[in-house]
Design a protein around this ligand. Structure first.
Ligand SMILES: [Zn+2]
Length: 505
């Protein structure tokens, strides 16, 4: 194909961040994997061309290997494209991934293998953008109650975090926005290729007031001792600050330790015993101090907020995103839309908290009454979020999607798409989880839709997830996950991971 030959060379990607930062997560992992003989199909075997050259990650371009042996592009051909924009699925589409890890071309109709250009026949499969979870807590991946009473060792905490990172990729999540707990050292480990996982943006520790949501410790404990809960370089659930200067100092410290954005709690929360979701927390000057520090670094503040008084204060202070937003009415939704403030509803915690309540009831130990009274509020808050979604849509608020999983069920974050689809529809859930979450992550120039020039973070499904939304939670249906163009997960990853050059006729 003429267009293919012209476009499939190595071309630089204009990008503010170096590609090695954006694309590197799989780097060492790929290098260390043994490679069986390859075929050129994700599905059935079409031809076998012997041992395959390894397509190198973009970070290593121009380094050492003989470039003549390397394929410069791969067509994923004859698939159904669900591009993440909300457009109707299109059959018979081929998507070319170039060796810089970006999408080089999208064509209708047949494509052919050529010198240096592979073709993978993907007939019967469905291509979507890689999923994004805009509200995760990878740092809280251990059994949460045991973890908060310091009954989980640092070793086990680290193990659970690392497994959760890996599991996210296996579930099709190629990007995660972590909003509370995860220290910057963990995303750094991933971006340097030392840990398997998705691209992770993190807020680092949550900014909260003394006694605010996020200070998850025993109520007898003096707040001055709360800092001892910190696991250096791994997890700090919250930083306490009172007054704009204290908040400013904590925010600066949080950025220094690798945060990409700032998360604050401006109302009480469900899982912090002793706080009430109907109360407001932090003052407008305190929130504004954080906003100033974030904007100075060209990023933003998002807030945990259940009630409208908290949302109003946060919008006035200049935040750009609201998590949960359980009570938002038409007036507040209009205010958010007018100020370009996004919303990330979180529906999955109801299921997570129900399970946690069952466990606490069974054990019925010391303090269980206080937990159960606290969690009883969760039901009505989540029910509120379901009603908020159509109100926010009508006002034109940008709506993302966040699973807000705390505890060991990190594998199940895709359940948020199923729950969202029940409120809207599967396509709306997918667009929120891809294009709109990319906008909230401020990465929409690079990821979130299947478009030429974007990074090839993609999922290939064996069945259509917009026809049956439960496909999103069934990893048996997830044939392939591509991260920066490299196959990293999926039932067919071994076949796809060894795509070789197909000699021209
Ligand atoms: Zn959360």
């Amino acid at each position: 194909m003429e267009g293919c030959r012209q476009g499939c060379g190595r071309r630089p990607v204009s990008d503010e961040r170096p590609l090695s930062t954006v694309l590197a997560p799989w780097r060492d992992d790929r290098r260390g994997r043994s490679r069986p003989r390859h075929t050129s199909r994700v599905g059935d075997v079409r031809r076998d061309t012997g041992p395959s050259p390894v397509r190198r990650p973009p970070a290593e371009h121009g380094s050492s290997d003989d470039e003549r042996d390397l394929p410069v592009a791969t067509w994923y051909a004859n698939l159904t494209l669900i591009d993440g924009t909300g457009a109707a699925p299109k059959d018979g589409v081929s998507v070319r991934i170039d060796d810089d890890g970006t999408i080089g071309a999208i064509e209708h109709g047949a494509v052919e293998a050529a010198d240096g250009v592979d073709v993978v026949d993907c007939a019967g499969t469905f291509l979507t953008p890689g999923l994004i979870d805009a509200h995760s807590h990878l740092g809280l991946a251990s059994e949460i109650d045991a973890s908060m009473r310091l009954d989980v060792s640092v070793a086990e905490t680290a193990r659970d975090i690392f497994v959760a990172c890996s599991d996210a990729l296996d579930a099709g999540f190629t990007t995660i926005r972590d909003v509370g707990g995860l220290e910057g050292a963990v995303p750094d480990l991933i971006s340097r290729g030392r840990l398997r996982g998705p691209r992770v943006l993190t807020s680092g520790p949550v900014q909260c007031q003394t006694g605010g949501h996020g200070q998850m410790g025993p109520l007898w404990e003096p707040s001055d001792l709360f800092d001892s809960h910190e696991i250096l370089g791994l997890r700090t659930t919250a930083m306490l600050g009172d007054g704009p200067d204290a908040i400013r100092r904590n925010v600066r410290e949080t950025f220094r330790r690798g945060a990409d954005l700032i998360k604050m709690c401006v109302t009480g929360g469900v899982i912090t015993v002793g706080t009430d979701p109907r109360d407001t927390q932090l003052t407008i000057p305190e929130i504004r101090a954080a906003v100033e520090e974030a904007e100075a670094r060209h990023t933003y503040v998002t807030v945990h907020a259940h009630n409208n008084a908290g949302v109003r204060a946060a919008v006035e202070a200049g935040v750009k995103c609201v998590e949960h937003g359980s009570e938002i009415d038409a007036e507040v939704a209009d205010l958010m839309a007018a100020n370009d403030v996004a919303l990330v509803p979180t529906l999955a915690p109801r299921e997570i908290l129900r399970e946690r309540m069952r466990r606490i009831k069974e054990n019925a130990g010391h303090g269980s009454d206080a937990y159960l009274a606290q969690f009883a509020l969760a039901e009505s808050l989540v029910a509120g979020m379901q009603e908020v979604i159509p109100i926010a849509r009508k006002a034109g608020v940008l709506i993302g999607l966040g699973a807000d999983i705390t505890g060991p069920r990190q594998k199940e974050r895709a359940m948020e798409l199923v729950l969202r689809a029940a409120v809207e529809d599967p396509m709306a859930a997918l667009v929120s989880a891809t294009r709109d979450n990319a906008r909230i992550c401020r990465l929409d120039d690079r990821i979130g839709t299947v478009e030429v020039g974007k990074i090839a973070d993609l999922c290939l499904w064996s069945r259509s997830p917009v026809e049956d939304v439960n496909v999103f939670t069934d990893t048996e249906q997830l044939a392939l996950v591509l991260q920066g163009g490299m196959p990293v997960a999926g039932t067919r990853v071994e076949q796809a991971g060894v795509i070789g050059r197909v000699q021209p006729a």
